[in-house]
Ligand binder design. Sequence first.
Ligand SMILES: Nc1nc2c(ncn2[C@@H]2O[C@H](COP(=O)(O)OP(=O)(O)O)[C@@H](O)[C@H]2O)c(=O)[nH]1
Ligand SMILES: [Mg+2]
Length: 287
Amino acid sequence: MVASQGGLVVRKTERHNVEAPKRKSTVTITQLTLVQIDNYGPWTVTPEPRREMDLQTLQSRLFADVAQFIGSRGGYVFFTRFDNMIAVTNGIDRAAHATLQETIGNRYPVTISLGIDVADTPAAALDGATERLQAAGSAQDEDRTEVLAGTFLDPSETGTEPVHIAHFDVNDATGKYTDQLNEFDSFIHIERSYASLMEYLRTAHGGLSFFVGGDNIIAVLPELSAEAYQAALDHVADDAGVELKVGVGRGQTAHEAGIAAKHALEDCRYEGTTVEFAQPHVPTSDD
Ligand SMILES: Nc1nc2c(ncn2[C@@H]2O[C@H](COP(=O)(O)OP(=O)(O)O)[C@@H](O)[C@H]2O)c(=O)[nH]1
Ligand SMILES: [Mg+2]
């Protein structure tokens, strides 16, 4: 199916053989978890400042372990500032969150608190998750440890594909940057595009975007039209001078939505297009 909308050619591929949703709903409901290392600031300087590379090792291993745990249950987690991480946890219940805290507490010199909330935009869910932890005390409060507070999604209460993931990629990052510039100057271009996109999607749509390495940015978003995605790409091109493309997927979990988005991104590469959806738009009663 090819639809031309405002000069933008959008091919709504059915190549991925996705089953029709059981409910006529593309409404997004995102369960987000804020992962916060407890009292980490004081720990990094007690009894005196710790070797920086030891802190980096701890942080990257902690991220790896959290990613393994969340990823094996269909979630996505992003390292953001490392002392605070943001996870998309649709389908991951309270008991699993408690197990995550237990296994980290058993194996690391630090513990983690988890705030969880559910909302129709990722930013609203993160607000709720954050409030749960802030209400329990400060990130630098030695008495506030291993908080597990929040609201969990009942999967039976949602449509079949409540998570929307967009996977953005720089066009020809290798030819334009990696093979032309030194690594730091390449990094400046990529980071500029990330800064521009993350702020735009946060402000315009309540979406949360995360740099995931190389030239890739993954965003968790509410349902958006092809024009809205194209506007985001145009904004980044104007603002940061970097050309992006994006594949968009929906799913029951972050993994399902994200893998669909990656297939859609492959369609962009194959077709030379800038915006591709893995699944066709499902009309709602509002359409
Ligand atoms: N996190 C992540 N990184 C990727 C993925 N695909 C490619 N990359 C990274 O992005 C870089 C550029 O890859 P690619 O976009 O295929 O090259 P380009 O066509 O020259 O822009 C690679 O060197 C990887 O570091 C992906 O699916 N996820
Ligand atoms: Mg690329």
